[in-house]
Design a protein around this ligand. Structure first.
Ligand code: HEM
Length: 384
């Protein structure tokens, strides 16, 4: 394999490939990768054809997990520094790459589904106690994104136990739990959204006024309703919407939801996310808005992967066999489909707080020019 910018000295093209340097297989260490498919069924003199696919599929997943972690680490590094506009583009590029890889991972499940449950049964006995539950990279990926220990389902709260005495794995897990996760960094970035300053544009104050005006106008419309039933229905609905808005206007209500694990972002970060959503057409908010969209895509795709995986598991082992990793199998996996595993759940729920375009507070001239600078950095500590 030759570097594209290297100009090898050669007499003529027939010598192509003869120059010194690494060859393709050597560069990619294919001897290691292609030599790593050991069929246990074959070692037991009962070779099962589909075990090869089973191993290759898992290995392909692990390689892609590695790439995702590599990208996430680099994105977290950029976020933890001062964010220049050019770096926002780099974050976008890398997040988009993660999203595309995840799309492949979601679809890849289908290839393994070409194996029938009977075929799987032929070699499943050799796997015990191995299970994807012991995938270190999957746990690192979850932690680096920001899946919190307390939000995991009970069975999985001691997940690091499966790594036994492997001090390197335990060390990596502990570090991934302690270091600022992607959501921590995004949260701090959102808290610095220009325009949130009380003494400046004071977006939050203006937004609350706009919501009040909207609800007031809707109340007036409901009150002139001639049908008593419809009037009651509309007024009830308004009361409920008022409560929903209060959950973001009253910091203590918001905090209670955070404590219950139903919200993740700080109150200030949530304000930043709403502001970016409203003013996404402003040049300085358009890339941040794309970042928020990609973060939701990541959550969505991981949820789709969990769903495809659990469907495959049900197809392969049904819903009452235990997993080789010792869990209840299908039922355990189905419980991980809950919102508690969505890291950026607040971004999904933002739509609850949208108001019609005509009610969005217009930007002042000074705010427009302010949008040329992102806020100043609060230096991060490892604490959450
Ligand atoms: C025939 C195919 C598969 C079956 C029957 C299967 C079965 C299971 C079961 C039953 C569990 C629950 C833990 C336990 O073992 O008790 C599990 C967890 C897991 N599996 Fe699979 N699996 C299959 C394929 C895959 C593939 C291709 C991957 C790709 C890496 C994978 C990754 C995982 C991961 C990461 C978990 C942990 C999920 C979590 O705890 O949230 N599995 N699998």
């Amino acid at each position: 394999m030759s570097c594209p910018v290297r100009q090898p000295e050669r007499q003529n093209l027939e010598q192509l490939g003869d120059e010194d340097g690494m060859l393709y297989g050597e560069y990619l260490m294919l001897d290691k990768i292609l030599g790593a498919q050991r069929l246990l069924s074959e070692q037991n003199n009962e070779r099962v054809h589909d075990e090869h696919l089973f191993i290759v599929t898992h290995q392909a997943y692990e390689l892609w997990f590695k790439q995702i972690i590599y990208e996430l680490d680099s994105i977290r590094n950029i976020f933890s520094d001062v964010l220049e506009e050019s770096q926002t583009l780099e974050i976008l590029k890398r997040l988009n790459r993660v999203v595309l890889i995840l799309k492949v991972l979601v679809d890849q499940v289908m290839i393994l589904e070409t194996m029938t449950p009977l075929d799987f049964m032929d070699f499943r006995c050799y796997l015990r106690p191995a299970s994807g539950f012991q995938s270190l990279q999957f746990r690192l990926l979850e932690n680096k994104l920001g899946v919190k220990q307390e939000n995991r389902v009970k069975y999985n709260q001691n997940y690091s136990k499966v790594f036994g005495n492997d001090s390197i794995a335990i060390g990596e897990i502990e570090k991934s739990e302690k270091d600022p996760s992607l959501i921590d960094l995004v949260e701090r970035w959102l808290e610095r959204t220009p325009g949130l300053e009380l003494e400046g544009f004071n977006f939050w104050g203006k937004y609350q006024d706009a919501v009040e005006k909207l609800l007031d106008e809707q109340r007036k419309l409901a009150e002139v309703e001639t049908s008593e039933d419809l009037k009651r229905y509309k007024l009830n609905d308004l009361e409920k919407r008022k409560e929903v808005y209060e959950s973001i206007f009253k910091p203590d209500v918001h905090q209670a939801l955070v404590t219950r694990g139903e919200r993740r972002f700080s109150h200030k970060a949530l304000q930043g996310a709403i502001m970016i959503t409203f003013y996404r057409d402003e040049p300085r908010f358009s890339q941040p808005h794309q970042i928020l969209t990609l973060l939701m895509d990541i959550d969505s795709l991981i949820t789709k992967w969990r769903y495809n995986h659990v469907l495959m598991v049900q197809r392969m082992i049904g819903s009452s066999q235990l997993g080789t990793g010792g869990s209840s199998g299908y039922h355990y996996l189905r419980s991980t489909l809950s919102d508690r595993y969505k890291v950026f759940v607040d971004l999904f729920n933002l739509s609850t707080f949208l108001i019609p375009r005509s009610y969005i507070p217009p930007l002042s001239a000074s705010m427009k020019s302010h949008l040329y600078n992102w806020g100043t950095v609060n230096h991060l500590t490892n604490g959450k």
